[in-house]
Design a protein around this ligand. Structure first.
Ligand SMILES: [Fe+2]
Ligand SMILES: [Fe+2]
Length: 420
């Protein structure tokens, strides 16, 4: 049963069925969730959401009858209760390391792993074009380094993808899809072994394109039906390459390659699989694949801003992709990924440094220019999620990097190897 309830009366264990706001107008990656942490209630209150809809059937409140006890709202809720809800948030662990410093510490290592994997990606594609043997152990070694980096810090490699948009799409695409997929897989709680398999599958996912004629591959205009079916065959050709070479890889690697264009409603290809028929690792690859294709600059079009690409992917929720998986993907990538340039409500210009995965609209930023666009000598680090009420800064809009007038990568701790 759905029940309207003031946010100040929410409790851990209640199931929020609808926050009553559209996407981007609430702090969560989806409109519903089972409350498991008082911090989630604080997020809603801080966001100015006064009421939500609760599903009493799906709530799991502690009680003798297995959590199905009906809950009674506290009468006369006002400021004191709001304060109480805020105060129930557990204090941060004293020894917890600063997330920004963890990201900055990981960036040079991530840049090294990315550089090595990019060389391997180029060698992999060259081997396919020249019909040479693929060195699986070399690819696996690089993938393992990517998995290790994501395990140490989920965001460092993802930040690099955004900051290093200068290499040819042909070579970066498989690697970027691999990084995004490993990062999403980590957020979904996949085991290390699954992450290694996912990393390999994604590195191989588009190898079949080396067998698609260049005039079709690089066609800026609309493809004919015949050309389109040749193009669509690349997923099956990726499998063919792995089988032909008898590569010593897990069968799930082959599945990622063959099924990464399958879609939940059966509209994908090559086998028109539906729903749970699609292997989960292939679904993760499919989400990352769409995102990287939309956000990358190509010869014939400029890439979308991450923010807009995620809106597009959100529109595929329930048709092409399982809603929960889209939510997790958005949560993993972040609405404003590191390296995004944003304008604040104060008019200042800032660079996003770190995603806060539990508060996607409130990342850690560095304010780098005043409202007149003058670059400040000393950028100011602000944790948007930890501001006190009253004079809170917030993000107004995203600015395309080409219009920013400065290089966002300048504000990250990158070694020479990681710099564009
Ligand atoms: Fe593909
Ligand atoms: Fe792809």
């Amino acid at each position: 049963m759905l029940k309207k309830m003031p946010t100040t009366e929410l409790k851990v264990g209640m199931f929020v069925a609808d926050v009553g706001r559209k996407w981007f107008n609430h702090p969560w990656s989806s409109k519903s969730r089972l409350l498991s942490d008082p911090a989630e209630i604080k997020e809603l209150i801080d966001y100015g959401i006064d009421e939500v809809y609760i599903d009493t059937e799906r709530s799991k409140l502690p009680g003798p009858a297995g959590g199905r006890k009906p809950f009674v709202p506290v009468a006369g809720t006002s400021a004191p209760l709001r304060k109480a809800a805020v105060q129930t948030a557990p204090p941060p662990a004293a020894a917890a390391p600063d997330p920004v410093s963890m990201l900055e510490a990981e960036l040079p290592k991530a840049a090294k792993a990315y550089g090595k994997a990019l060389d391997t990606s180029k060698a992999l594609i060259a081997a396919c074009y020249m019909n040479k043997r693929i060195e699986v152990s070399e690819v696996q070694e690089n993938v393992d380094e990517l998995v290790e980096s994501v395990t140490r810090n989920q965001d460092a490699l993802s930040a690099l993808i955004k900051l290093r948009r200068f290499d040819d799409y042909t070579y970066t695409h498989c690697l970027n899809v691999s990084v995004l997929s490993i990062s999403t897989g980590k957020a979904l709680g996949l085991s290390q072994e699954d992450l290694r398999i996912l990393g390999m599958g994604t590195m191989f996912h588009d190898l079949g394109k080396t067998r698609v004629p260049a005039y079709i591959l690089n066609q800026p205009g609309k493809l004919t039906d015949e050309e389109f079916s040749v193009m669509r065959n690349h997923a099956a050709l990726s499998e063919e390459i792995i089988r032909e070479q008898k590569l010593d890889v897990d069968e799930q690697v082959v599945q990622v390659a063959r099924f990464h264009h399958e879609r939940m409603d059966g509209s994908g290809y090559p086998d028109h699989l539906k729903g749970e028929q699609i292997p989960r690792l292939a679904t993760i690859c499919g989400l990352s694949d769409v995102y990287d294709a939309l956000t990358s600059d190509r010869v014939y079009h400029k890439g979308m801003l991450p923010h807009d690409a995620l809106k597009f992917i959100y529109g595929l929720r329930g048709t092409h992709f399982e809603p929960t998986w889209v939510d997790r993907f958005v949560q993993s990538v972040g609405i404003y990924p590191p390296g995004s340039v944003v304008e604040l409500n104060s008019g200042h210009i800032a660079v996003v440094i770190e995603v806060i995965h539990t508060s996607l609209l409130n990342p850690v930023i560095k304010i780098v220019a005043d409202p007149k666009g003058r670059i400040m000598g000393k950028p100011r680090l602000v944790h948007l999620a930890s501001q006190t009420e009253g004079n809170a800064l917030s993000i107004n809009k995203v600015i395309p990097p080409s219009e920013a007038g400065f290089d966002p990568s300048h504000y990250f701790n990158l070694t020479e190897a990681g710099k564009p």
